[in-house]
Design a binder for this molecule. Structure first.
Ligand code: IPM
Ligand code: MG
Length: 371
């Protein structure tokens, strides 16, 4: 599809990030060696280890490489940041990277894995067949709005404030992403807001409705209030196809929806921006689980969120939806064969470490590989 190898920048980051990303890298190397995909992987310093070595979480050369890459494969950030000044911390945060790259749509697929039914907190009749694409607005809203701060009041009390602000074009571009995605799935979008209380919710609903009428009459659109959506995601998750919502609501709902997939360790994400001149979007792929410092270095973290993020990379940055499906199929096969990390194991099941789970997926790829 493209005339040169896709340049993938690997940032393991903090906590279990490097451990799970190492497995995603093995999988991508398998696609390079065995399926002839043209990709180049480069790793750069990022996170606490970079801070200890050179005083910056996100060194300039790493930021330059981030901007030059076709796609970023990101582990996690977070952990013992007590000694790191707040400005250095903000300067290297994942929020900054999303904003810097203009990654306005955060795609968080959530699906039920039949092999994990026994470990799923939701009954099979409730969650069986659930397959949701949650699209979170990723560069605006409450997490970026100004003014923001903590101030002292004249009477000795303190006050803290943040600003929820959206412009119609910010809403429109993420909604367009959701509608286009819906066309590749079951063509249903549920837009989630709090329009009964917040002006940002009123504008959100108006803007999504107008775009739908103008450009996507073939997609079915419904609206839901966010509090109800939180309930519906665990009560009847199969009703959803694509969900589109603002930054904070998407942050919260995506963790909640994780119950469908048993563990946050199973959830991948793709943060996608505008299409660049070469036809590829700016993009960063990241497991949703975060750094999990409590299990760092023990080799027990679930690498499937990272591996499934690599599948999103194959689809969205390499234009290889068939290869992405092959990888998702291999994950399903590994689970069906009984491969479990601790976070998805039921009582009595044998538990694998991070590398062994990577081995199980690679073995399944060898079996699943067509031709
Ligand atoms: C996520 C995380 C981040 C977010 C944190 C680590 C800033 O919770 O990716 O969902 O709020 O976006
Ligand atoms: Mg979150």
């Amino acid at each position: 599809m493209f005339d040169r190898p896709v340049r993938i920048l690997v940032l393991g980051g903090d906590g279990v990030g490097p451990e799970v990303i190492a497995q995603a890298v093995r999988v991508l190397e398998w696609f390079k060696d065995r399926r002839g995909l043209r990709l180049e992987l480069t790793e750069m310093p990022y996170g606490l280890s970079a801070f200890r070595a050179e005083g910056r979480i996100l060194p300039d050369r790493t930021l330059d490489a981030v901007k030059a890459a076709d796609a970023v494969l990101f582990g996690a950030i977070g952990g013992d940041y007590a000694g790191v000044p707040i400005d250095v911390r903000r300067d290297g945060s994942i929020l900054r990277l999303r904003r810097e790259l203009g990654l306005f749509a955060n795609l968080r697929p959530v699906r039920h894995w039949p092999a994990l039914s026994a470990a799923c907190p939701l009954r099979e009749e409730v969650a069986g067949g659930a397959d949701i694409a949650l699209v979170r607005e990723n560069t605006g809203g409450l997490y970026f709005g100004t003014p923001r701060g903590i101030e002292d009041l004249p009477d000795g009390r303190r006050t803290a404030f943040n600003t929820q602000r959206y412009a119609s074009d910010e809403i429109e571009r993420v909604a367009r992403f959701a509608f286009e995605l819906a066309r590749t799935r079951s063509a249903r979008v549920c837009s989630v807001d709090k329009s009964n209380v917040l002006e940002t919710g009123v504008l959100w609903r108006e803007t999504v409705t107008a775009l739908h009428r103008r450009e996507f009459p073939d997609v079915s659109l419904s609206h839901m209030l966010v509090d109800n959506c939180a309930m519906q995601l665990v009560r009847a998750p199969t009703q959803f196809d694509v969900i589109v919502t603002d930054n904070m609501f998407g942050d919260i709902l995506s963790d909640g929806a994780g119950a469908v997939s048993v563990s946050l360790g199973m959830l991948p994400s793709a943060a996608i921006g505008a299409i660049r001149p070469d036809g590829r979007p700016a993009a960063l792929y990241e497991p949703v689980h975060g750094s999990a410092p409590d299990i760092e270095g023990r080799g027990i973290a679930n690498p499937l969120g990272a591996i499934l993020s690599a599948a999103l990379l194959l689809k969205h940055s390499m234009g290889q939806p068939e290869e992405a499906r092959l990888l998702e199929q291999a994950v399903g096969m590994a689970l069906s064969a009984g491969a479990r990390t601790a976070d998805v194991a039921s009582a009595g099941e044998r538990v694998l470490g991070t590398t062994a789970m990577g081995d199980a997926v690679l073995a399944a790829l060898d079996v699943a590989q067509p031709g």
